[in-house]
Design a protein. Structure first.
Length: 381
């Protein structure tokens, strides 16, 4: 852009600007400047009155961190008709934004250049502080993430080791208590038998907890090798197994056809076994069990869900659902280890998916999950 100087109001405009304005011709002679320019550069009025341009420009250059580079850029600009912007840095820490453009003179053949200077010290310093703080935060997050990963790794290793090592003594306790109950029943009174039965049942429950802990640890460290998985087939197999142990239950099972996902087949089977198993367990008190397994598309993403008409739960405690050993119903009401949903959540998270639930007390529950890997879909026939 080339500016014209033939504007009668130009002096008034220049004097009103917050930016310092300087016009220098191609002979490096100062032809125009505004009061803000001398103020910003700290040029004494006596120096300007001397009209010694070389001395004035020397005063300007001496304030800069890199005067040689600034002078080179100035010379280069006087050999072109291009506009240019740059930051210039002062020895005292100030920073100016410099803009330069060619300025057509009255004969239309020679050009001066107009230079504008804006003090951006505060902005540059603020940007630098933000950058430094951002880098600090990123480094802090990185360090804390590494520490957390190491701590989690140690904790997982401890859980696996402890759970594995506990199984042997528990097998002995369970085995010997069973022998006492079967082979020495006539030598133990009724109270003693109840005590032994309690020990035996507690050990069985402990064994179940340990097995679930081991499974949770194995799921966490499982290598995610994915393929196309038929969710409809898995769901039908799980329901078939559950039916075999409860032939007397009245059932209404609705499994949608054509549900597929790109996932780890073994892990997804474990997740569905837990989710469908929960639906089965918490509908046991209903006159008729209703379980629906289906999917839908939400903003291009496949959402799978398992819906039941069971006892449900209060959504105020829904945040406790996926915590290991957190149970929303007592052991007396419904048996279980409290690890199943934690295992499901880890499997879904390993697939970069999400899992959540909706429920009402005595009005059933629905568990939803997504698998954020490509090709999860529903096949229509």
């Amino acid at each position: 852009m080339i500016f014209q100087t033939e504007l009668p109001t130009l002096p008034a405009i220049l004097n009103s600007l917050d930016e310092g304005i300087l016009v220098v011709d191609n002979a490096i002679k100062i032809t125009l400047y505004n009061p803000q320019f001398t103020k910003m550069w700290g040029i004494p009025s006596s120096l300007m009155q001397e009209c010694d341009d070389e001395k004035t420009l020397s005063f300007i250059f001496e304030q800069l961190v890199d005067p040689a580079n600034f002078i080179k850029k100035v010379r280069d600009l006087y050999s072109s008709l291009e506009e240019d912007r740059d930051l210039i840095r002062f020895k005292d820490g100030r920073v100016f934004e410099r803009h330069s453009a060619p300025l057509n003179t009255t004969d239309s053949e020679t050009y001066s250049r107009i230079w504008s200077f804006k003090d951006v010290t505060d902005k540059v310093n603020a940007d630098l502080e933000i950058k430094v703080y951002k880098n600090y935060i990123e480094k802090l997050v990185e360090v804390r993430t590494e520490n957390l990963e190491r701590a989690n790794s140690r904790l997982e290793a401890f859980n696996y080791s402890a759970s594995h090592d506990l199984r042997a003594p528990l097998r002995s306790i369970e085995g010997f208590s069973a022998i006492l109950l079967e082979d020495y029943q006539d030598k133990i009174d009724e109270r003693g038998s109840k005590y032994l039965q309690t020990i035996h049942e507690s050990v069985q429950h402990m064994r179940l907890l340990i097995e679930n802990l081991l499974k949770l640890s194995q799921v966490t460290h499982a290598k995610l090798s994915c393929q196309q998985v038929d969710l409809t087939e898995i769901a039908n197999k799980v329901i078939k197994q559950l039916k075999a142990d409860a032939l007397e239950r009245r059932l209404k099972i609705d499994i949608s056809a054509g549900m597929h996902a790109f996932a780890n087949a073994e892990l997804l089977s474990i997740a569905l076994e837990n989710l469908i198993g929960n639906a089965w367990k918490y509908t046991a008190t209903q006159n008729e069990t209703y379980i629906k397994i289906d999917s839908y598309i939400d903003e291009g993403e496949t959402v799978f869900f398992i819906k039941d008409n069971g006892v449900g739960f209060n959504m105020d405690v829904a945040h406790e659902l996926f915590k290991p050993f957190k149970r929303l119903h007592s052991e007396h009401e419904f048996s279980g280890s409290g690890v199943g949903l934690a295992t499901v959540q880890r499997i879904i998270l390993q697939h970069n998916g999400k899992i959540w639930a909706e429920a009402e007390p005595n009005n059933g529950a629905t568990f939803y999950f997504t698998l954020a890997v490509p090709h999860s879909r529903r096949i229509t026939h």
